[in-house]
Write a protein that binds this ligand. Structure first.
Ligand SMILES: [Zn+2]
Length: 487
């Protein structure tokens, strides 16, 4: 029911929602956070482990400096305060994938606080989503369940460095939440500190949702929704949860603070467990790691490495290339795509056309063939040449569609494809005139009807000419000739 609705609150105007998001993003450092094991995805189970990340008693963690660098970099990119002194803590819980029975994380003294992320709203205004904190922690291993009675523990992931980014409940609907997540993902990708791939689990979002009557001061009871592992489902999960809670409130049933999970198959959130309180975890300072002390020199050195960030690029693309906010947004959300766009535009100087080809053809092609940009054979060199050939009227835009597919399959330059398949546009009147004369002769009925005033038949004649020329006829010249012949 809620599937096609963009904002469920449009149906319940007397309610409002508050959404806060916790994101865990895996850092792509070479080694793990507290040992020198490779930080690698997809290895054979329990291949990348040592006594430290497998939690043997008596071992000591050794902090990977790159992890702290990444945290500070993300803090700078989100305008956070970088703590002068920050420290690690132990968070206790028992689970087979956590052999030490505690996770090393940060509690009272996180590395970054009070940052924010800007999101673009539909009315082209911008909204600040405040961050409570960004902190460093280690990931746990993974339990694998096979069939009903076989379970395994794979500790390869144990000790993978994570940044946890916690927002205030500043988002008020599914659209804002999704935009926030896309912007945050783009930032970590631009900083090149994480692959931030939701499907592979390197970017995981837990969404806290609460509802209240419009204007009420106190926030409603929040429910956490875990395991939304695709951007496709975020809006659905949030809309579902908002509506579920509104129904409870309407029935005077109290909303209970709990953790729910998103069921992809049935498109609903289902109960997982009651929510633990912080004191359940018995946090205390980690005695085996030194405190982290930052200074201006360290922070400034990292500040100098900051690349152009998505939000800056979003504005620059609109300003420099006259793209619409919508177009700029799509390109900017994917660092590879925006780099591809700029490289192609630099080669052919037709930014609007490049943007159209990327948004309409390239993305559709990648989607259809389930490819990533780097797996596709279209390159800035070939796409820019294609656009130049259209602009110079060497090929028709119809032929260009076919050439594009051939480029995508073979990686060939359009000029080569045009030559091989003689796809050059036919612009010469000498060549087109006899073709048109024949079409006029063979369709006397339509010619008569056209002359009687059925002007829509003009497209019929264009279509016939295109058919004979196999789409290669220059539309401008054809139109000119037809006008002459049908006068
Ligand atoms: Zn290890």
């Amino acid at each position: 029911m809620t599937k096609k609705i963009k904002n469920i609150l449009d149906i319940y105007p007397e309610y409002e929602a508050n959404i806060g998001i916790e994101v865990h993003t895996q850092l792509k450092t070479k080694s793990k956070i507290f040992c020198s094991c490779p930080n690698q995805f997809g290895s054979q189970p329990n291949k990348n482990i040592c006594p430290t990340c497998a939690g043997y008693p008596g071992v000591l963690p050794n902090l990977n400096r790159r992890v702290v660098d990444s945290a500070i970099t993300l803090g700078l990119a989100t305008k956070s305060q970088i703590a002068r002194v920050s420290e690690f803590a132990r968070k206790h819980y028992m689970y087979p994938d956590l052999p030490k029975n505690f996770q090393i994380t940060q509690d009272e003294k996180p590395i970054c606080t009070e940052g924010y992320i800007l999101i673009e709203l539909n009315d082209a205004t911008e909204k600040q989503i405040r961050l409570v904190r960004i902190h460093i922690e280690e990931d746990a291993g993974k339990n694998l369940h096979i069939g009903d009675n076989e379970s395994y523990v794979d500790l390869n992931r144990a000790g993978t460095p994570l940044l946890e980014i916690v927002s205030h409940p500043d988002m008020t609907n599914a659209y804002e939440a999704k935009t926030y997540l896309m912007n945050l993902r783009a930032i970590v990708q631009y900083l090149d500190i994480s692959d931030a791939n939701m499907e592979e689990g390197s970017f995981r979002a837990d969404v806290n949702v609460s509802v209240k009557k419009k204007g009420a001061e106190e926030l409603g009871t929040k429910v956490e929704v875990k395991n939304i592992n695709s951007f496709k489902f975020i809006s659905q999960a949030i809309n579902y949860e908002i509506e579920r809670q509104i129904h409870l409130v309407e029935e005077n049933t109290p909303v209970t603070q709990e953790t729910r999970t998103w069921d992809e198959k049935y498109h609903k959130t289902v109960f997982m467990r009651t929510k633990e309180e912080a004191f359940d975890y018995r946090y205390f300072s980690e005695p085996d790691l030194p405190i982290i002390v930052t200074d201006d020199e360290w922070v400034d050195r990292l500040r100098k490495t900051l690349p152009e960030l998505p939000h800056q690029k979003y504005h620059r693309f609109q300003h420099d290339y006259e793209l619409s906010p919508y177009e700029a947004n799509i390109l900017v959300n994917h660092p590879n795509l925006s780099a591809f766009f700029e490289a192609t535009t630099n080669l052919c100087k037709y930014p609007k056309q490049v943007c159209n080809w990327i948004l309409r053809n390239l993305l559709a092609y990648l989607n259809e063939h389930k490819l990533e940009l780097h797996e596709c054979k279209i390159r800035p060199e070939t796409l820019s040449e294609l656009i130049i050939e259209i602009e110079k009227e060497i090929i028709t835009s119809k032929t260009a569609q076919e050439i594009f597919l051939e480029m995508a399959h073979t990686g060939k330059y359009p000029s080569i494809i045009v030559q091989e398949q003689s796809l050059k546009q036919i612009s010469s009147k000498e060549e087109l005139e006899p073709i048109i004369a024949e079409i006029i002769e063979n369709n006397s009925q339509q010619v008569e009807a056209y002359k009687q005033g059925n002007e829509r038949l003009f497209t019929f004649f264009i279509g016939q000419t295109m058919k004979v020329t196999k789409g290669k006829g220059n539309p401008k010249v054809i139109k000119e000739l037809l006008e002459k012949y049908l006068r």
